[in-house]
Design a protein around this ligand. Structure first.
Ligand SMILES: NC(=O)c1ccc[n+]([C@@H]2O[C@H](COP(=O)([O-])OP(=O)(O)OC[C@H]3O[C@@H](n4cnc5c(N)ncnc54)[C@H](O)[C@@H]3O)[C@@H](O)[C@H]2O)c1
Length: 309
């Protein structure tokens, strides 16, 4: 049984990855976060762990002796712009603490996700390349680009098998996102299911890379369980889509759904990111593949809300 430690376990990705790891892996999981879990999951222990606190991180690693680590604790893009200092401390110092503990405690494999936020406005808008040097202009992007450099350093210097993917906007219903720039996708679909009007904080034609959570989970685990990977980081994206295009798909099922577009500070964040990113290396190196296109994603989300609201 592999011993897996997860940071930021109560978040949108953490709560899904726990479920997916339990289904697919013979494992013992220690979930950690600074908030209490919403539910007790059988076979999953929980410990409070603030990734900013190095002494605490060391003691949790010493006690649990993880073999694999999924480091998901982070401050996301929209919150990042509100509090740059805390964002730096969690995303950069927190990542250093985790990398350092991984080396000290002989962790075999670590997953540290990155984001399309590492790209800046200078990058080509379409099919942004994996390897190009990034010039992010948001605090989230700056800290995540720094994390990418830090984990590459830990791989080169200490031979730590650390792997990463740049997630696009992730669409899911289990834990709703609350802190990112792509959250409108989930909010809009939920408002439509509830029969409510939606006020969107981005312009209707702002296209961004996205994917549905089940595809994100399948591909994350597939990449993590390759014996070897050519690269430390891979791009993930299923489709490039705008709020207006999601609205049109929803209207095929709910014709009287209404969206008003009132862009706020998140428009500047979205404008600094590419509309689509290059996933060729993910496809060629280990067979990245998605089942859900945008229409299937919206349909599945609407079906879920219809049966649960
Ligand atoms: N969700 C997305 O669309 C998306 C897109 C790109 C990248 N990512 C990346 O995936 C990872 C997980 O993101 P998510 O969507 O689950 O985020 P989230 O905001 O839903 O969850 C983050 C979790 O981290 C916890 N946390 C915050 N500060 C902490 C601290 N100091 N110590 C320990 N835990 C702390 C929070 O309580 C929360 O449960 C992040 O690295 C994020 O950058 C997510």
């Amino acid at each position: 049984m592999v011993r897996i430690l997860i940071t930021g376990s109560n978040g949108q990705v953490g709560s899904e990855i726990i479920e997916y790891l339990r289904k697919t892996t013979d494992c013992t999981i220690l979930a950690t976060d600074i908030t209490q879990p919403r539910e007790q999951v059988e076979g999953v222990q929980f410990e409070y762990m603030d990734v900013k606190e190095r002494v605490l991180v060391e003691s949790v690693f010493r006690k649990f002796k993880p073999e694999h680590v999924y480091h998901l604790a982070a401050i996301l893009s929209a919150t990042g712009e509100k509090d740059p200092v805390i964002t730096h401390n969690v995303n950069t110092t927190g990542t250093m603490n985790i990398l350092s503990a991984c080396v000290t405690h002989g962790v075999q494999k670590a997953f540290i996700p990155s984001t399309i936020g590492v790209y800046g406005p200078e990058i080509q808008k379409e099919n942004a390349p994996l390897e190009n040097y990034s010039t992010p202009t948001t605090m989230y992007g700056i800290t995540k680009a720094t994390s990418e450099m830090l984990f590459k350093y830990y791989h080169a210097r200490f031979d730590l098998d650390v792997r990463s993917v740049r997630y696009p906007g992730l669409i899911s219903y289990k834990v709703e996102p609350t802190a990112g720039t792509t959250d409108f996708s989930v909010d809009m679909i939920k408002h439509a299911a509830l029969g409510k009007k939606y006020i969107c904080y981005l312009k209707s034609d702002t296209r961004l890379p996205m994917m549905y959570m089940p595809d994100a989970m399948i591909n994350t685990i597939k990449m993590m369980y390759q014996e070897k990977v050519e690269k430390r980081i891979y791009n993930f994206m299923a489709y490039s889509i705008s709020p207006g295009e999601i609205e049109s798909i929803i209207k095929e099922r709910i014709p009287d759904f209404h969206v008003e577009y009132v862009p706020d500070y998140r428009q500047a964040i979205a404008d600094s990111w590419p509309a689509s990113i290059n996933i060729e290396d993910s496809v060629n190196d280990w067979g990245f593949d998605c089942t859900y296109d945008a229409k299937k994603t919206v349909d599945d989300m609407l079906d879920h809300y219809a049966s649960s609201i």
